[in-house]
Ligand binder design. Structure first.
Ligand code: ATP
Ligand code: MG
Length: 297
């Protein structure tokens, strides 16, 4: 293969991961010019180009060295690693990216009871993920028949071609529409940045490191919230315990109210309504949760 001095990232051409992946790269300061065939996008500022492909092809392109990095579901990456052991062992999940959340789950007909993996023994399970399902069955000591289907897995039980399925679930609406019920989670998935275990030893390695640093900054800011509130001094310990990411809050005295403080804290992760209500019960008031635009320690 010809040596390259530009980093090449593979991402999904059109699908659920396309928009959030593009947005993430834009936040990292990368700009691309799309070519006429819409397969290759030339990077305008940094020496980083994009290859737009079907998500299933991404792990193979990285393993073969056609691309250096890829944005792909953990489900697709792990499936590749289980079904192409030799090529797959060279690949690594470099960062979880916090979008494209779903799970690969086993689902059974609604009317069937499910009381554990052993019940799947001898059954036919339809899936597009034979590697991951096979590994789950082995590690649970279940001997079942894996029926490989490329798509429309969810209708297999109704068609009588399988007794259960193993497919991606996010809201569960598709399962309900097909009279199925989620029984066991095989893999919790989200989009990840995938790459070879060893970054390239040339300029591309340096560009990849720069990109990883920017990505870490972008993810940290995206997942951070600034919380402000007024609280009674005596409940500070309880309120601090409720803050995501165990931050050390900054306290400011309130004029004329010695038992009250204004609390400010940078939280790792979003703050739920439930957490806010618990803080309110502990005496907090005037709570504000703000997104963070930029951060420099
Ligand atoms: P391609 O044409 O690229 O092969 P696809 O149909 O295989 O597209 P999408 O349906 O766009 O792929 O899903 C891409 C990824 O999005 C999945 O591999 C998974 O990681 C993630 N995802 C998140 N939620 C869901 C969901 N409810 N169903 C399927 N995939 C989901
Ligand atoms: Mg696909």
């Amino acid at each position: 293969m010809k040596p390259r001095d530009r980093l090449r990232i593979a991402m999904q051409k059109s699908g659920r991961l396309t928009e959030p992946a593009q947005e993430l790269l834009a936040r990292c300061g990368l700009k691309f010019r799309q070519s006429r065939d819409k397969l290759f996008c030339f990077g305008e500022g940094e020496p980083v180009d994009l290859l737009l492909v079907r998500d299933d092809d991404i792990p193979g392109l990285i393993a073969e060295g056609v691309c250096d990095l890829g944005i792909v579901g953990r489900n697709v990456l792990r499936e590749f690693q289980f079904s192409n052991v030799e090529a797959g062992t060279g690949l690594d999940e470099l960062r979880p990216l916090g979008f494209g959340h779903c799970r690969l789950s086993i689902a059974v007909p609604q009317e069937d009871a499910y009381d554990g993996p052993a019940q799947l023994g001898g059954q036919r399970i339809a899936t597009s993920y034979p590697g991951l399902l096979g590994e789950w069955l082995r590690s649970n000591g279940v001997d079942a028949k894996v029926v490989m289907l490329a798509g429309s897995v969810e209708i297999a039980p109704r068609l009588g071609t399988a007794d259960a399925i193993c497919d991606l679930v996010s809201s569960g609406a598709t399962l309900v529409a097909n009279q199925l019920r989620e029984a066991a989670v095989v893999v919790e998935s989200e989009a990840v940045l995938a790459g070879r275990r060893e970054l390239p030893a040339d300029e591309r390695g340096e560009i990849a490191e720069l990109l990883l640093r920017r990505l870490d900054g972008v993810i940290q800011v995206r997942d951070s919230r600034l919380i402000l509130m007024q609280a009674p001094r005596h409940s500070l310990a309880e309120i601090t315990r409720l803050l995501p990411g165990a931050p050390v809050p900054t306290l400011t005295a309130v004029d004329g109210a010695p038992d009250q403080v204004v609390l400010q804290a940078l939280c790792a992760g979003s703050v739920s309504w439930r957490q806010l209500e618990e803080m309110k019960r502990a005496g907090a008031r005037d709570m504000l949760v703000l997104p963070v635009e930029k951060m420099l320690a």
